[in-house]
Design a protein around this ligand. Sequence first.
Ligand SMILES: [Zn+2]
Length: 346
Amino acid sequence: MLCAVSKLRVKLKPAIRRLRHNEQGYALVLTAAAMAVIIAFSSLVIDGGYLHFTHARLQDIADSAALAGAKELITAPGNENKKKRAAFETVIRYVSLHGFNIASTKGYTASLTCRGQAGDLAVGFPSELDLVEVQISLDTHVFLAKAPFRISSCPIRVSSAVMIGQAARQKGWLLPIAFFWGEYEWYTRYDMNLAPGDGSTGNYGYLDYKPSNMFKEYLEWGYDGALTVGQAVETYPGASVGQVRDAILGRIAGCTHGCSITCVNEAVEVDIEPLCPRVVIIPIVADFFEQNGKGYVIIKGFSKFFIESYDPDTKVITGWFLQEVSPSEITGSSSKFTTQAVKLIK
Ligand SMILES: [Zn+2]
C-alpha cells in the first residue's frame, strides 16, 4: 500500500507543476493532495487493519483445521489412502464450519468462497502419515483503497503444519499388563501369548505399579498414574492366573453393546462404544533387566488395545491395536501402532 501512495505522488507531479503559478489552483491542488494523502492513510489504517485481522483469523482456521485433520489421520481406520481422504474431509468440514462454502474439490484441494471472496485450500501430506499441511488463500476485499488505488481485493495466504509422532506420556487407564515391543500394525488382529518362563520370552508380562497390593484394581479399572517413554518400571512377579482371568473376562462381560471390529476385503469396520471396558491402554515395553533381585522393563510407548477374547487355558489375549491421539508431547519415533500425539510446527 505504501508503494501505491508513492505511485499517486508521481501521477500528481505534472499537475502540480502546471498549476504552480496559479495561487488559487495551487491551494486547490494542495487541498486535493492533502485529501488524497488522508484517504490513502485512512485506507492504510482501515484496510490494513482489516487485512491484518483477516490474516490472523485465516491462520487460526488453518491451524485448527490442520490439528483436526492430523487427529483424523491418526484415528481413521483403513489404509494410508483412506486415512488421507478422511483427514482431508475433516479439514473441509472444519473450514466450512467457519463460514466458507466449498465450491468444488479435486484431489486434496478445494475452491472456496466466503462472503463473495474467492479462495483455495490445499491439504498436503509431505511425509506419509507424519505431517499434515493446510494452506488457505483468500482474495480479501478492501474498502477505502478502492478509490485512490483502484484495488478491490488483496490476496492473503496462510499455511499451517502439524507433526505427528509417538506419544511420550500416558496418564490413566493403564493396564498392569505390558506387551513386549514388536512391529505391530494398526487395526490388525493379534494373538498375544503369555509364554511360560520369566515373562520376557512371551508377548506380555505384568507391571508393578505402586502400591503393589492394588494389582487387582489396576487390572479391573486401570492405573490412574502416569508413565513416560524411557522410564524403567518394576515387573510384577505375584500375578495370579485366576486374578488375571477374572479381570479380563470381567471386562469382556462388562461390554453391554457387543463392541466389535470386523475386517472385510481390507475395509475395517470399528463399532466400539466410548468407555467400553474392553478397550485398554497397554504399556509397550522392552529391555528386560534385573537389579537387586527385581526385574525391570523400559517403557517404549503405549497402545490402545481392544480385547476381543481371552482364552484362560492358553492365556492368549486376542485383540486389535487401535489408534489413539494423546494430549502428550511427541517422541522421535514414528511407530504407528502406539498412541500418537500432534504438534503444531508452523
Ligand atoms: Zn463394548
